[in-house]
Each structure stands twice: as structure tokens, then as C-alpha cells.
Design a protein around this ligand. Sequence first.
Ligand code: ADP
Ligand code: MG
Length: 711
Amino acid sequence: MNARKSALSNISNAVRNYVEKNAPYNVDTEFGCDTFGLKALEQRLSKPIYTKLLETIDEGAPLDQRVADDVAHGMKRWAMERGATHYTHWFFPLTGASAEKHDSFIEPDSHGGAISRFSGKNLIIGEPDASSFPSGGLRSTFEARGYTAWDPTSPAFIKRAGGVATLCIPTVFCSYTGEVLDKKTPLLRSIQVLGVQAKRLVKCFGIDKDHVIPRVTLGAEQEYFLVDKSLYIQRPDLMQTGRTLFGAPPEKHQQLEDHYFGSIKPRVLSFMDDVDRELWRMGIPAKTRHNEVAPAQFEIAPVFEELNLANDHNMLIMETLRVVADRHGLVCLMHEKPFDGVNGSGKHNNWSISVDNINLLNPGSNPHENAIFLTTLCAIIRAVDLHADLLRATTASAGNDHRLGANEAPPAIISIFLGEQLTDIIEQIEKGGAKSSKNGKILKIGVDALPSLPCDVTDRNRTSPFAFTGNKFEFRAVGSSQSCSSPNVILNTIVAESFDEIATALEKLPKEKFHDGLQEILKGIIKKHKRIVFNGDGYDGSWVKEAAARGLPNLKTTPEAIKPLMNPDNRKLFAKYGVFSEGEMESRYEVSLEEYEKKIHIEAELTLNMANTIIMPSCIEYFGKLSSALASAKSAGLPANPELKARALELSKKMEKLSKSCSALKSKLRGTPAQKLEAMSKVREVADELELIVDDSCWKLPKYSELLFVY
Ligand code: ADP
Ligand code: MG
């Protein structure tokens, strides 16, 4: 039996004894027990110190040494009580992953023993070597020093892996000279910028208390695949690139639509349950779990939270999925397109902003709230139309290129879905005085109430990349493996710019002209930017043509899609708001491009390697079988068997084609990514044909039908 066959038989013979979780789950003691959040802080700090810390967390007041020392002391004791011996500053370099470097609390004393120590300085600042992280040219290698600095707005937590508890302290990461080398800093900056402009905007509507607190929120739905680990380790492509570079689509995959929301298999449910419990320990409000569209595809969604925290939590969700999967003999694939021919995985980025507990994207129940809502809506329409290319740029990656526009995910064209009712309202505003709207009514902003917009009515269209869904926008182009940071940095900043623009105009209006003036401003925005609104089927081919006619960009591959990051106007915009310096924005471009090129190159080399060392040998083995059958038939004096001979000939022809396509790929290894991708697809095409004619017992690579259905 070959390794593939024995792995399959082991999986089917495995006896799984699931642990019954009969004990009631105690939310009070178990949820968040591994986060050093406000509750734990209050318990462990003196009242004045706690109050001072709250000023830092809520208002960004500078942290004094005394407070830091007390917090550090309390945090260390709390962590050690939970079994931690080490702490780490936990940060997000431009690799898109999270990074950590552990230090123990242990310090030798002068008597040959040791004490545990963790100071305010240890808490606030760290100095990891930055030289091996991508910087896109921002940091020269001779100046390797990098800094991590505590982000007090995201609570420290205990991460448990391999039975080891580690205290993790969320931090930002920058270079010695202050350039940003991470994904958290720009996110924090952009949240602040949007908050400032949102406060200005609502002030125009009379919301002007001393402490209006803006809150940008994110709920990130996370899709993923699960495959059995013993099959996974026989797929070098999954191991090294996260996606299958070979594999003929099985006859049955997702056509019958029998997986979506189907009953969850016991092995998967047991995994999901462990994931939820681990997330809850860390204070992550995991809420929804279900089967997704493709076989072996699933989704997890937490309840939305403040954006910075939600982003940290999404990073932890991805890590927890991977770690827990391993314990269950499974592997969690976060790649955007692990399997050709079935759905890929995305991350639905549900985004909203509220000020003083009023969700600006909630239509509300009176004309005043409606006016704020419609203004926000128009600001977003303007922002997305002006900067669709930047939003697209943040979702560009080698993985997501395979998913966007693949008849299952939103196309690479950015457009906004508003739904029929809201579109009608927008059209009424555009027409201003005309009586030609759907129900003959003219909406006077700030005077008339909106008809109530039931949430479910607005969420029928799943094909739009940027959809209004009741009280939030859902950005669906984000890839499953991507950090939510960059898309939200862009979204926050472009919406802040629109708020700024509108607030500047509103601030100039005399009080008695406010509503008429507002109506005119919104009318102007809609006239100019409504081309971005599209309520039709985003998967339909006709949309590509129509979008082109509307002048909307359709940037299909990463190298084109990230170019807007280099556009001088875009760079000036981000510099103006202090979110990215021009150099920082350029560095993001460099990092994205380099990562893209490296990934494609790895895929190209691996395609060659697998074709030569796994696929061709499978073919040779089968060819040997056929040839010896032919030879023995001949020596037994049997008449020539046309079937045998035809098979051997077909096989031999395809093997030759495989060799030729491999040579062609080899000659393109120094070529452009596009040339490599093209040559790789030729190798794959013939390899997948071979998979369908080679004796199943000779085939070494686990097949799609096995990866997707055997778990
Ligand atoms: P679906 O899109 O699958 O229908 P839901 O509408 O239930 O799912 O919500 C998806 C996500 O949106 C959840 O994480 C939810 O908490 C989040 N969400 C709901 N309201 C907001 C909001 N105001 N801001 C940000 N996210 C939100
Ligand atoms: Mg959704």
C-alpha cells in the first residue's frame, strides 16, 4: 500500500472518543479568565493608579512611570498565578503574521538564587532586532534596532500553546528612527483620525458634549478549510504554499449545495468547540460557527468590538484555529484559494462607526438621526468612489488573486451595494425638488423621517464587495489569511477625508440654512459619485462591461492592484492625515510586491519539484504495470490487446507533454510572475489529466475527493 492509501485507511479506522462536556459553562468565571482586562486591573491596582491608567486608555494621556510599574507588577503576578514564566511583546510586522520573542520573569539574585521581576519599563518598551522583518526599504540593515511599545487599549492576555502559558502584551513596532514597521500603528492612527473628523461632523448636527467618544467597530467573519493532517503532510504544495498546485476537481464537490449550514460532523464540532472555549478564555466573543459552501469549508464569527481590539482578536482567532486543529489531527487552511474549482475563503470585514453611542450607520428613528445617517452614507459613497483603487490595493495578494472574481467571490471591481430602498432614497435626494421618485415622495433631509429599513431587506446581495447590511458596511473582498489592518486603515482614512470635506462645508452654513445646505451638499455628492453604487449581480459577466463603461477600475492582479499605493496624490492624502508618511506608504507597496513575487516563485519551483518527483514517478509506475502486462500477454502468446496498448500510448504521450511543460516552466523561472503563473498552469493542466488516467493505487498525491471529504 502506498503512503496515501495507508493514511486513508488509518483515518477511516480511527476510533474517536469525544470528551463529553457535561459541566455547565460558567460565563462569569471562565469568559476572559486569561485576559488582563479592566476587571483584573481594577482588582489589582490602587484606586488612584487605576484611574490614571483609565485616562491613558480612554483619552491617550501619557503614562507615568509609577503607573507603569504598578501595572507591570500586577500583571506579572496575575500571569504567574496562571502558570506563565515568560512574557512577550506581541506585535504585527509587515509579514502580516504576529510576532513574539519570549523573556522570562526570572532574574538571578546575588546569592545564587533568583527572583521574578517585571518592571514598568519592560512593560512599556521592548527592543527586538528589526533586521529580519520586511521594511520595504524603510530601515537600513546597519540600523537594526526596532522598538515595540505597549498599546494599553488592547488588554494583555495569556496565550496557551503546547501546554505553555505565555503573557502576551499587544504592542506597536517601529524603527529606531520612528518609521512604522507594523500593522497596528497605522490602524491606531487611522482610528484616531476618523474619530476626530466624526466628532467634527456630528458637532455640525448639534452633538457637542464634553466627552463624545467615537468608536470604530469591526466584526470579522473568518472562513477556513480543514483537512486531515495525515493527508496534508503528503501534499508539499499545501505545506509550503497553503494551496494545492495540482489536483483534478472531483466529480462531486459543491454542486449539490449540501454542505452550507449542513449538520456539523462530530470531529469538526469537537474542534470548533475547543476553539470557542479557548477564544472565550482570552475574552474573544466567538459567536457563530457553521459549515460554509465548499466541502470542508467552515466559518467562525465573533461579535463585533472596537476595531483595534477586534483586529488583535482576529489575529488570535486565526492562530487558535491553527493550533487547535493540530491537536485534533487536522490542519486549518487559511489560504484564499486552497482548491481550484470550489469556493475560496474570505474575511467579511463588517465595519461601522459610532459617536456617543449613536451608530452613524443606523438609519435611526427620527429625522435628525436620519440626517446624520444619510450624511454618513453619502460620505462613504464619496470616499469609496474616489478611492476604490486604494481599497482594492489593500486586498491584493498572490492568494486573493485566485479568489476575487472567480465566480464565487466579489470581483476585483469595487462597488457599493445599497439595496433597492436605500437606492431609491438616494435618488430622491439627488433629484431634490423633482417629483419623480418611486413613491412620488420627496425626502427633505432633517425634516422627513426615512421609511424604516429592515436589516434583512438590505442583505440579500452576497455578490457585492462592499455592501450596506442594515447598520454597517461589509467589505467582502478581504482575503481569509489577510490581517484586517490594512483594509481598515484605508477605509478609516478615506472616510475621514470625506467627513472632513463635508464638515468643512457644513461649518460654513448659517443655522437657518443648515438643512437646505445639507440637502444641496448631499445632492452634489450623489450626482458625482453614484456610479459606484451597483445593486445587481456582481458575479455576472455583464457587470464587468458596465463597470468599465462607468469608469470603475478593474485591477485583476496584485502588481496592477497595488500601484495606487505609489500614486503621489494618494501618498499626500495619507501624509496629510498623518496615517502614513509618504515613505511608509511606499514601503507598503515594496513589501506587497516583494511578497507577491517571492510567493509566485516558490509556487513555480515547487510545481516543478512535485511534477518531477511525485507526479512523474506515479506515471512511471503505472507505465511499468502496463508495459509488463503487455509483455506478459505477448510471452503467453495471447493476441495483441488494443485496450492495453492504447492506454500505454495515451499515458506515454501525456508523460511527454508533462516533461515538455516542465521544461517550459524551468525556462521561465527567471521570468515575470505572470510568465511563471502561465507556465505553471500548463504543467498543472496535463498533470491533472494524468491523475484521471493513472491507476489509483499508483497515484501518490492525496486527491481532491480525499482532501475535501475524508475528515
Ligand atoms: P452575516 O453577514 O453572515 O449575515 P451578521 O449580520 O450576523 O452575519 O454579522 C456579521 C458580523 O457583523 C458579526 O461579527 C457582527 O457582530 C458584526 N456586526 C454587527 N453589527 C456591527 C456594527 N455595528 N459594526 C461592526 N460590526 C457589526
Ligand atoms: Mg456577513
